[in-house]
Design a protein around this ligand. Structure first.
Ligand code: SF4
Ligand code: SF4
Length: 1002
């Protein structure tokens, strides 16, 4: 019975029919599409052919010759590159073939390092070459062939070893780095025997432009590129380890990965990308190497209660009080515990028998909270005492001040189930909708605009759909830093012909890959996109049919954008009128065009207007609802989409059912068995302001949020947190915000519990428990339930899956999903048939989710930012993330690899701005705004625009949010993190520490 390639069964149209060929592989008949390689046909027939240089993810190159087969021709053929021919009879295993493979194997083994001479070779998790040698009974140790060596080693990367002697020049790493990740770091250098892989211009790997994604390590079939041990856990062969399939905990891309767990040591040995339609086995440095924070000795393991002598409340450490901010960026130089790759993380605060940080807990690594300074203000408590106190104090505040006195910040790092339970607790336990999370700080304005425009806050297509686009606009986003694996799909699409238009004030790495780079002035997006639409309309390139049948309010939009001809927009945006015309034409003439945007769009006081323009641009050109078209705000946190879906926002019950809509109200009152408050609650920023007002919020439950560093204008946040009557913080570390707490509850990291997470694509995936929480720490969902029970709610969830089932019953978008059918890859929602389908990629193919089914075009007038530069504060400050760090750094600064690569805070300044101030790269400078000042290193960067500077907000010792302004977008209530006026000036202090090790990707 011939076996057919799956792709052929769907071919119906004879004019487009795929031609097929019939072959036999070791006697098995197979019918495959013309052009199919012998290797792939053999796979279809269930026949394995040994390979070294080939991997199905890469274009075949046929250099190792290990996969040669006998096709009856004069010479053996490399199966990975040779296409099948009709009637071809292929033999994959004959004595001659085996002899050829054995000879090749022995020749390659002869140049391998002796295992005894390179202990790192013995820690190689997978070594195809050594396995082949074992199969043939061959090894370097026993071969009689002359042996070579001397091409050298390179251990300069914090987490990757390079042993050139073990390299067989198969180019898998080159293709992994270039073709898959699009990083273009690896090439070759040398001639003849001295040929070896080279990083950039033969630089040490650790000093090259390598971004430590580890894709090359995953690709290497020998011991040439191997992982170093992290946290002192040796890397053992995977067969000896427990494989736990989970999801990366960092960004909204939600890459699927597998943790290989050493159960004897109770720790992770290494992580690897796992195949899933969205991430396709790729990871970035955070996913692959940034997991060891979970085993940090600084994990909280016991409930803590503030001692009487530490009242009245206020910040406890010098940095958080404010007298330590500025100039303290280099705590390591004062004896701080820098992480070591083999030493199990920071050398401070080793745990005692009780699991708590021990005697030397006072030393702080890399600018984290000083446990020695803060912990004496708390005493240990039993769970019973701590939970009882939390319940009592929250109830007292509620009784005294009513529902408006209580507020909760949930976490986009927690699971969907935990987000659901948290908002349910606040709503049903305290009768208020004052519940929000960090979506308010990232894409609240995008969601507001999308709801208004298309009736749904989720993306209309996936980031992988870029492969089907002719043109993509990436705007207000630095995806190589913030969504690294998504960016690899963007770069890959460009190699296959998609044009990239990159619009951003900063010349981030994507600008290097762009066909058109538009470096507009910050805060001018509305003027730019209005002008693009003005030009599209002038050229007659709107999609008339789409506009008339699927949109409303076009005439008003057209009137508004007519005021933005390219010449006028050029004056506002600083972009040449010709460039505006070129972008308009390129976009409008594309058969399929898609826009991906980031927080450079949303984090403005005009964030909602910015997103409205993008929705209108896609709509008037008919670029929604088809493959390769659509709207995609790249979500930041791993579960910010899911937390929003689950109702962790003040205006919506789960699935965006408005709290002020009677039908939704009835539905949830019935489901939850009690009357609910029909008034919208306060947002994150409003809650902080409310605390400082009479009759405002008096008590807060803070689950996994750290507003002291993440919210704008920290001085105001400090006052608000100090003014609270009661604050309970539930977290895995002692955060800056926890210094203001009355009670601290030790929670679990995502590795210590089961739960679902929804990524930026709407993919719902299962995160599986890898290990137990340390000491007495507990899963967040259990803690929330314990509090609910103590305030009288009859909750009895026994597992996260029960919570998920309840959610799904109340959330039409998640209909049909269950733990049982999510599988290893998760599913996109909406999904009519999860047993058989991955879910919906492209939304709105026939109608939008608005009441009338139309896209609502909402015109916007350009407005300047709230605080413009002037003589005293002449530079515009932009804030954001680095590739290696995450938000307030509580996780990533406790990860050895991430902290080692990017250990210090820096301000990025254009070379001329630095020169005008007489400032030199690498010197300490002060950055001042009207709200505060910080001191940090200067990085002279060609990626900045003249008159602008950039500061990552991860570093407490140089907290960018001391500078930012707390003005908010009137609709989305999102702060203007991307624009305030500052000055950068001399400090006159020499820097003696270690700066970031890698530079060119910044
Ligand atoms: S770690 Fe990633 S960026 Fe670095 S060389 Fe390997 S594939 Fe390229
Ligand atoms: S791209 Fe995002 S989800 Fe993927 S590994 Fe990196 S941080 Fe994790």
């Amino acid at each position: 019975m011939p076996i057919h390639g799956a792709e052929m069964t769907e071919v119906q149209d004879p004019t487009t029919a795929v031609r097929t060929v019939d072959v036999t592989i070791d006697g098995h008949p197979v019918t495959v599409a013309e052009g199919t390689t012998i290797f792939d046909a053999a796979k279809l027939a269930g026949v394995d052919i040994p390979v070294l240089c080939h991997d199905e993810r890469y274009d075949p190159v046929g250099v190792c010759r290990m996969c040669v087969v006998d096709t009856g021709g004069r010479v053996f053929a490399a199966a990975c590159v040779r296409p099948c021919e009709d009637a071809m009879a292929v033999k994959t295993s004959t004595p001659e073939l085996e002899r050829s493979r054995a000879t090749l194997t022995e020749l390659l083994l002869a140049d391998q390092p002796l295992r005894a001479e390179d202990p790192k070779q013995t820690t190689t998790a997978d070594n195809l070459l050594l396995s082949l040698g074992d199969g043939f009974g061959l090894s370097r140790e026993t071969t009689e062939l002359p042996c070579g060596s001397g091409r050298g080693t390179d251990y300069s990367n914090p987490v990757i070893n390079v042993n050139h002697d073990a390299c067989i020049l198969c180019d898998r790493c080159v293709r992994a780095c270039d073709d898959i990740q699009g990083n273009d770091v690896i090439g070759r250098s040398g001639k003849g025997y001295t040929t070896r892989i080279a990083f950039d211009l033969n630089d040490p790997m650790g000093a090259s432009s390598c971004v430590t994604c580890g894709e090359c390590v995953q690709a290497c079939p020998t011991g040439a590129l191997t992982n170093k041990a992290i946290a002192g856990v040796p890397i053992r062969p995977r067969q000896e380890l427990d494989a736990v399939h989970s999801v990366c905990p960092y960004c909204g891309v939600g890459c699927a990965l597998t943790y290989y767990v050493d159960r004897e040591r109770g720790a992770i040995s290494f992580a690897e990308g796992r195949d899933q339609p969205g991430s396709q086995s790729r990871l970035c440095v955070k996913g692959r190497y940034g997991w060891d924070y979970t085993s940090s000795p600084q994990r909280l393991t016991v409930p803590l209660i503030r001692v009487e002598s530490s009242y009245p409340k206020g910040p406890l450490s010098a940095d958080v009080r404010g007298d330590g901010h500025g100039g303290t960026h280099n705590d390591r130089d004062r004896g701080g515990g820098k992480s070591t790759p083999d030493g199990g993380g920071p050398k401070n605060g080793r745990r005692g028998k009780d699991g708590r940080p021990g005697k030397d807990r006072g030393r702080k690594p890399g600018g984290l909270v000083d446990y020695g300074e803060v912990l004496p203000h708390f005493r240990e408590a039993s769970w019973d005492e701590a939970l009882g106190l939390v319940a009592r104090r929250l109830q007292e505040a509620h009784a005294a001040g009513g529902p408006g006195a209580i507020a909760g910040f949930g976490s986009a790092k927690c699971s969907n189930e935990e987000a659901y339970l948290f908002q349910k607790l606040i709503r049903t336990g305290f009768g208020t909708n004052n519940v929000d999370h960090c979506t308010r700080l990232c894409h609240a304005s995008s969601v507001a605009a999308l709801f208004e425009g298309v009736g749904s806050g989720a993306v209309s297509t996936t980031y992988g759909d870029v492969a089907n686009a002719d043109v993509v606009i990436i705007t207000g986003s630095n995806p190589t830093a913030n969504h690294p694996v998504a960016s690899s799909f963007f770069k890959q699409a460009r190699r296959r012909g998609t044009k990239i238009i990159y619009v951003d004030p900063r010349a981030s790495v994507v600008a290097d890959h762009a066909d058109i780079f538009v470096q507009l002035k910050p805060g001018t997006d509305v003027a730019f996109y209005n002008s693009i639409m003005c030009e599209v309309i002038r050229l007659g390139l709107i999609d008339k049919e789409f506009v008339s049948s699927r949109t409303s309010n076009y005439e008003e939009l057209a009137r508004t954008v007519a005021d933005y001809p390219p010449e006028r927009a050029a004056q506002i945006t600083g972009v040449g009128a010709d460039t505006i015309r070129l972008v308009a034409k390129t976009w409008a003439e594309a058969g399929a065009a898609v826009v991906y945007w980031g927080m450079g769009i949303s984090q403005h006081t005009t964030g909602t207007d910015n997103a409205r323009c993008l929705i209108a641009l896609c709509s008037i050109t008919g670029n929604v609802g088809r493959p390769g078209t659509g709207l995609h705000p790249l979500r930041g946190q791993n579960n910010v989409q899911g937390a929003s879906d689950a109702g962790l926002v003040p205006m919506f019950y789960p699935d965006y059912q408005g709290v002020d809509r009677a039908a939704a109200q009835r539905r949830f009152e019935e489901a939850w068995g009690m009357a609910l408050n029909p008034n919208r609650g306060l947002t994150v920023t409003e809650i902080i302001k409310s605390v400082l007002q009479p009759d405002g919020v008096r008590a807060m439950y803070m689950l996994g949020e750290n507003p002291f560093l993440s919210d704008p204008n920290i001085n105001k946040v400090r006052k608000a947190l100090s003014a609270l009557d009661f604050l309970v913080v539930q977290d895995i570390f002692l955060t800056e915000t926890a210094e203001f707490a009355d009670v601290i509850l030790p929670a679990s990291s995502y590795m210590e519990k089961d739960g679902t997470y929804t990524n930026t694509d709407r993919r719902v995936q299962l995160g599986r428990k890898v290990m137990d929480p340390p000491g007495g720490a507990r899963p967040d969902w259990q803690i929330v339930q314990e509090i609910a029970q103590r305030i009288g709610l009859a909750w009895d969830y026994r597992a996260p899956s029960e919570v998920f089932d309840e959610m799904v019953a109340l959330m039409p978008s998640y209909r049909n999903l269950s733990y049982a059918n999510l599988g290893l890859s998760g599913k996109l929602y909406p999904n009519a048939d999860p047993e058989h389908s991955d879910g919906t990629i492209v939304m709105f193919d026939e109608r939008f989710n608005t009441d009338d089914g139309l896209a609502h075009l909402v015109p916007a007038q350009w407005l300047p930012a709230r605080e413009l530069p002037d003589g005293e504060y002449p530079l515009v400050l932009n804030t954001g993330r680095l590739l290696e760090h995450w938000h307030t750094g509580s996780m990533t600064r406790r990860s050895f690899a991430l902290d080692a690569i990017a250990p210090v805070a820096e301000v990025y300044v254009h070379p001329k701005d630095a020169a005008d101030r007489g400032l030199a790269h690498g010197e300490m400078v002060r950055v001042r705004s009207r709200r505060g000042s910080i001191e940090l290193l200067l990085r002279v960067s060609h990626r900045e625009q003249l008159g602008n500077c950039f500061i990552p907000f991860h570093f407490r010792e140089a907290a960018a949010n001391l500078l930012t302004i707390d003005e908010i977008d009137p609709v989305g209530k999102i702060p203007e993190f991307k624009f305030c006026a500052v000055q950068v000036e001399h400090l006159g202090v020499a820097y003696a520490g270690t700066a970031s090790t890698q530079s060119s990707h910044r």
